[in-house]
Design a protein around this ligand. Structure first.
Ligand code: IVH
Length: 695
């Protein structure tokens, strides 16, 4: 049997506890760790050893109590002394303003200051202290009755088991004091936890909030202890028996810190809505870089008496509101899964999603990493999935909503042959990634894409080789049509693509959807078809098209166009001037391949508009081969009619004046095009002169 502890041992225990508590305070609250973890652990071991030897020395609030005791059978219920309310949401300035106006209509004479605090995305917890010692920790439950999770909460080091004593805290230490705040799981701990769970084939937590809730509503405190949870206080409820020393909500945060809690250091007092909105935008930018997840701000009236006067409506106080940012997680549908070949031949499966807004931008792609990831999450084509996009991170599929899975889906398997070059795909033992066995595969698609965007083709200046490589490697583009499908949210997250340049990339692509037929044919990269041949092909195709409009676009003339391409014989191609048998053969082979026709259809469906050269019905000297620009209003015919006449005679119409322009036809009230023509010395025709030329 253990002997009675000596006075000296008792003293040592008290000292150890004080030192350990102080180290905890420095580390968590002051964010100023003064000693190493090993140092802390060593003191803790000594304390635990003494308490083991002399159980009579154990106390409920000893820091040794954090290790996590015996598993519980069930959680007891706890009635909250004061209901735990919820908050109404505002998602933009207009809603914030409406909230402010509601309050000011109700209590117009008050002066309003606002405390803007960070809204942690975790789990609300109420902590009740009796004479400075943690008695009960409870979840919110239905707001009136929650669950007793004290044993679990004690394992969280950011929560003091005993409140700190100081001059400021002294008036509050006697009797009951309640502190409310949010338990959360840091992002790093969350990632680590999910990695471990993946390795053990356990289901993953969808987000840090679920992980923290799962860790608290957990009957075995040892498991909670292993989860690295944090806590931030946002409310101190002072019993009516205590002196009413606090007048403002921000003082609750100051007091909470004095008492030994962490309160968010980003919180800010604001004196008007403009300041709040500015802060809201600032924090949204900072959000992704914070080590924990947040989903908005909580804006509350600072004056506590005013809070009381404003009261409660339904389950929410009138005096506070959750000012949230667009969700970082949304659901959408996997329309297809495509595989992509990277520089090293690595095959990356990519989900093509129904475009959806997430965290403020539209997303249409999400990497699925590899076959193991697809298997683990069981992602199938047709599935409704949860997509996550946090700040600078590339969008990812978090999980599948299995209840919404359509019938007859099959698990997805990466094809055995490469979609780019048809070579075999292999997976080395012990590697998760599959690779195309053709070492030149990446360079094939890279070369094709570079050609597609080049100056004589789609002319997407700004989409240089580096950017293209990156887009290919991230699995964002495989085919030309993919380019036009890209959304801002798909590229925003890539390193070195700041917000601006990501937007520029999308803008460049989207503003180059219109292209002449010759350029278009050239862009396809058909073997042996250079630009000059493409021009000849374009003239030939136009001559054959049944109804000749000015462009090919979805539902306009695409069917006739695609039919013509796929049905033209090798001999017919060969009949074009300057097209010999070898060239005719490769053109024929290209368009006979239904894969290519489908791909052209995709492009047109993505909104690519192919403009057609005029069908030349007659030649006229001075018009055929000349370039015309029209400006101002014509009297005897419309501008479109006038243009059509030029086209029929083999002339070209352009929208802007350059030194290559042959004539500018100026009607009444001509625009700046006339000035430009004069500056460049381009011939200017009156309406009468124009008519003379074409008749
Ligand atoms: S004040 C009447 N402050 O957000 C409720 N809540 O949407 C007073 N939350 O249930 C809550 N951070 O779980 C407040 N700094 C903060 C918060 C915060 C996170 C959570 C809390 C609450 C929910 C309301």
């Amino acid at each position: 049997m253990s002997a009675k502890p000596t006075q000296e041992t008792k003293h040592r225990v008290t000292q150890l506890r004080n030192v350990i508590n102080d180290l905890r305070y420095r580390y968590h609250v002051l964010d100023d760790p003064s000693v190493t973890d090993a140092h802390y652990d060593s003191l803790m071991r000594e304390l635990v050893a003494i308490e083991e030897q002399y159980p009579s020395l154990k106390t409920e609030d000893s820091p040794s109590q954090r290790v996590g005791g015996e598993p519980l059978k069930k959680f007891e219920q706890v009635k909250h002394q004061i209901p735990m309310l919820s908050l109404n949401d505002a998602f933009d300035e207009v809603e914030l303003k409406a909230w402010d106006e509601r309050m000011k209509r109700m209590v117009p004479e008050a002066s309003y200051n606002y405390y803007s605090e960070i809204k942690m995305d975790g789990l609300a917890i109420s902590l009740v202290y009796d004479n400075g010692q943690l008695k009960t920790a409870a979840t919110r439950g239905d707001g009136l009755v929650g669950e007793d999770v004290t044993a679990n909460i004690k394992t969280i080091r950011a929560i003091p088991l005993r409140l700190r004593e100081s001059k400021q805290t002294a008036p509050y230490l006697k009797g009951l004091l309640e502190v409310r705040g949010e338990v959360y799981m840091p992002k790093q701990a969350f990632d680590k936890l999910n990695k471990e769970r993946a390795a053990q084939n356990l289901p993953l937590f969808a987000n840090p909030r679920n992980a923290s809730a799962g860790s608290i509503r957990q009957l075995n405190p040892k498991i909670t202890a292993s989860r690295k949870l944090g806590f931030m206080a946002y409310q101190v409820i002072i019993a009516p028996t205590h002196p009413k020393l606090l007048k403002q909500h921000h003082q609750e945060h100051e007091l909470a810190q004095e008492l030994g809690f962490v309160s968010n250091g980003n919180n800010k007092l604001c004196s008007n809505l403009d300041q709040i909105v500015k802060f809201w935008h600032q924090m949204e930018k900072k959000r992704a870089k914070l080590p924990y997840q947040i989903d908005g701000l909580v804006i509350g009236v600072d004056d506590l008496r005013l809070r009381e006067r404003l009261g409660v409506v339904g389950k929410a106080p009138r005096s506070a509101i959750a000012f949230k940012w667009p969700a970082e997680e949304v659901t959408t549908v996997v329309e297809d899964i495509a595989v992509q070949v990277g520089r090293t031949g690595a095959i990356t499966p990519v989900a093509h999603l129904r475009p959806v807004e997430v965290a403020g931008s539209t997303v249409s792609r999400a990497t699925l990493h590899n076959q193991n990831e697809i298997d683990r999450k069981d992602i199938r084509i047709g599935d409704t999935v949860v997509i996550r996009k946090a700040g600078d991170v590339i969008p990812e599929v978090v999980s599948v909503v299995k209840d919404l899975r359509p019938r007859h889906t099959k698990p997805y398997k990466i094809p055995k042959t490469c979609p780019i070059c048809g070579s075999l795909v292999e997976q080395k033992p012990g590697e998760a990634v599959m690779r195309c066995t053709n070492p030149n595969c990446f360079s094939i698609q890279r070369r094709q894409l570079q050609h597609f965007v080049s100056k004589a083709a789609f002319d997407m200046e700004g989409l240089g080789p580096k950017i293209l490589d990156r887009l290919i490697e991230e699995g964002l583009i495989k085919s030309f049509a993919d380019l036009f499908e890209l959304k801002l949210g798909d590229v925003e997250g890539l390193d070195r693509f700041g917000e601006k340049s990501a937007a520029n990339i999308i803008q460049t692509i989207q503003s180059h959807k219109q292209i002449t037929l010759a350029r278009f044919l050239y862009a396809l990269g058909i073997r042996n078809v250079g630009y000059e041949t493409a021009v000849d092909l374009a003239d030939f195709i136009v001559g054959k098209l049944p109804h000749h409009g000015t462009e090919i676009a979805r539902h306009k003339s695409d069917a006739a166009f695609l039919g013509l391409l796929s049905q033209t014989t090798q001999d017919e191609w060969n009949s074009i001037k300057d097209v010999g048998p070898v060239v005719a053969q490769s053109i024929y082979n290209y368009f006979r391949d239904s894969k290519h026709i489908n791909f052209l259809r995709d492009l047109i469906h993505q909104g690519v508009i192919i403009t057609l050269p005029p069908k030349i019905t007659a030649n006229k000297e001075g018009v055929t081969g000349k370039s015309f620009v029209f400006t101002g209003t014509l009297e005897s015919l419309t501008r479109d009619e006038a243009k059509e006449k030029v086209r029929k005679l083999g002339g070209e119409i352009s929208e802007s004046v350059s030194k290559n322009t042959d004539y500018v036809v100026a009607g009444a009230e001509p625009g700046s095009k006339l000035e430009k023509a004069e500056k460049l010395g381009v011939s200017v025709l009156t309406e009468a002169q124009y008519k003379k030329l074409i008749t």
